[in-house]
Design a binder for this molecule. Structure first.
Ligand code: NAG
Length: 491
């Protein structure tokens, strides 16, 4: 905990949630949102946001603050918001306006589109008042331009020699991926020379100041694999907070190289395995999960702090390739009840089913922030996980696969057994998942989604059957629900 001020009564009253470490983030559950698309100010035209226009729809830091109940009531204990720094302004680029926040111009400025310094501070202080964490998305690898010969004076780094010379990326060639420019010839992304000592030193000061000025608890780092891994340890040490990188790769070995340099990466390999295992249009290969899990346990330093997700701002939403929402519920149950930090991209809880960019950055308000079935499932998973973190050995226990068959998988972490299937919502009487119970005989288990109870027989296995369709089941000893508020247990 770092206070830059003398300890007075008022600083003692501040919530102690600044500068959070990996250890602290492990206890969290993250709601990811795009500031422009999460909530509108009162009185704004709610029908004016057309994703195909690729322009600003009006969400701000203040409107996030005004709508935190929706996130907190779903049990989330952290939010990750899209980049806060100044973006390209002026002539509209070929690929539309910078509504998403990733087209950095001058990183020393805030993005005035989303509010003032005081409004950002008010959001973060309200997040902290609720005992939640704030994760800020930062773009370090590159800035944005509308030609390959940009005017460098508008960037934080004004000297062209601090950038790599223009070259288009040859994908698959790691050196080219790190040193050439992302984007395309319409919207090139000038690539900083992150081996240059001036760039390294300037970035270290920049991030230290940004984190302390706004009391940021963690960083999500865009395009982390497009910077050499050796850049990150000093950068993150200077930030002094948890760093979770985007390493867009389903290869476990490739992604794992960036944990160590960074505290964490987003779990792209497991997201890919979940698609392969559960999506209704996919391979339905349940075996992909234990295979990626085993390899992850070997190659990552610590899978308990990876960011487990199904959707993000760059991919078609889960429901765009797996329309049966039952498959979403099963896949997300894995993300919450396994090792790792659950991350839910805004709109997943509303069953949004759009294809990739720009459709997957749709406004949330047309949903009416409804308490959908998927919102409620999300809330139950968070509520249970938050409860087990506070009241059991959840954090120190490692996920184990109890069994798999062609339609399902059972895992155990702490005292929760989660059984997931890929059969979808149609009832099936010809399939089941048989689980050898690790609990002693006569333990009463409760399924937190349905509140059904049953008793473990001595030495026996139990069956999960699908006569009502393929819902996930999360079973915990009834006694351990006390204090959780789930299934009529006390709060
Ligand atoms: C979700 O939960 C809320 C309150 O707990 C309830 O009012 C609502 O009907 C539920 N939604 C669905 C679709 O079951």
């Amino acid at each position: 905990m770092k206070y830059g001020l003398p300890v007075t009564l008022s600083t003692l009253l501040l919530p102690a949630v600044f500068a959070a470490t990996a250890e602290q983030w492990r206890t969290r559950s993250i709601y990811q949102l795009i500031t422009d698309r999460f909530a509108l100010p009162a009185g704004a035209n709610r029908n004016a946001c057309n994703v195909e226009d690729r322009t600003w729809c009006g969400g701000t830091w203040s409107t996030i603050r005004e709508n935190l109940d929706y996130i907190q009531n779903a049990g989330f204990t952290a939010i990750w918001i899209s980049p806060i720094n100044q973006n390209h302004e002026g002539e509209r680029p070929y690929w539309g306006d910078a509504y998403h926040g990733y087209w950095i111009a001058d990183a020393t400025q805030l993005n005035a589109r989303f509010g003032t310094e005081d409004e950002l501070k008010a959001l973060i202080s309200e997040v902290h008042n609720r005992n939640m964490y704030i994760m800020i998305d930062v773009v370090v690898n590159n800035v944005m331009a509308t030609s390959t010969t940009p005017d460098y004076s508008k960037y934080m780094f004004k000297d062209p020699s601090l950038y790599h010379p223009y070259c288009p990326i040859q994908w698959g060639n790691p050196e080219s991926e790190q040193n050439c420019w992302m984007g395309d010839d319409k919207v090139p992304l000038p690539d900083l020379d992150t081996n240059n000592p001036t760039v390294i030193a300037t970035y270290k000061t920049w991030i230290k100041d940004l984190v302390s000025k706004y009391n940021i608890d963690g960083l999500r780092i865009d395009a982390a694999k497009h910077v050499q891994a050796s850049f990150w340890p000093e950068f993150c040490a200077s930030a002094g907070v948890f760093c979770m990188g985007e390493v867009f790769s389903s290869d476990v070995g490739g992604a794992a190289q960036y944990q160590g340099p960074l505290d964490s990466v987003l779990n792209f390999p497991m997201q890919n395995a979940l698609v392969r295992a559960f999506s209704s249009s996919g391979e339905k290969n349940i075996g992909a999960i234990p295979s990626v899990l085993d390899e992850s346990k070997q190659k990552f330093r610590d899978i308990t702090v990876l960011g487990n997700f199904l959707e993000n701002q760059d991919m078609g939403r889960w429901a765009s390739f797996s329309s049966d929402m039952q498959t979403t519920h099963n896949a997300m149950t894995f993300n919450f009840m396994s090792d790792g930090i659950p991350v839910v991209y805004y709109g997943q809880e509303q069953g949004f089913a759009s294809a990739s960019d720009p459709y997957n950055r749709e406004p949330l308000w047309p949903s009416g922030y409804a308490l959908t079935y998927t919102y409620n499932i999300t809330s139950q998973l968070n509520q249970l996980r938050n409860h087990l973190i506070r009241n059991s050995d959840w954090l120190s226990s490692s996920v184990q696969v109890l069994t798999t068959n062609e339609i399902g998988i059972a895992i155990k972490k702490g005292n929760a057994i989660s059984v997931m299937t890929n059969i979808g919502s149609s009832p099936r009487n010809d399939v089941r998942v048989t689980v050898q119970s690790p609990f002693s005989s006569s333990t009463t288990l409760t399924n937190i989604f349905t509140c059904e109870e049953f008793t473990v027989n001595s030495g026996a296995s139990f069956d999960i059957t699908y006569g009502n369709g393929g819902q996930p089941a999360v079973l915990v000893p009834r006694d351990s629900l006390s204090g959780s508020g789930l299934c009529s247990a006390s709060i």
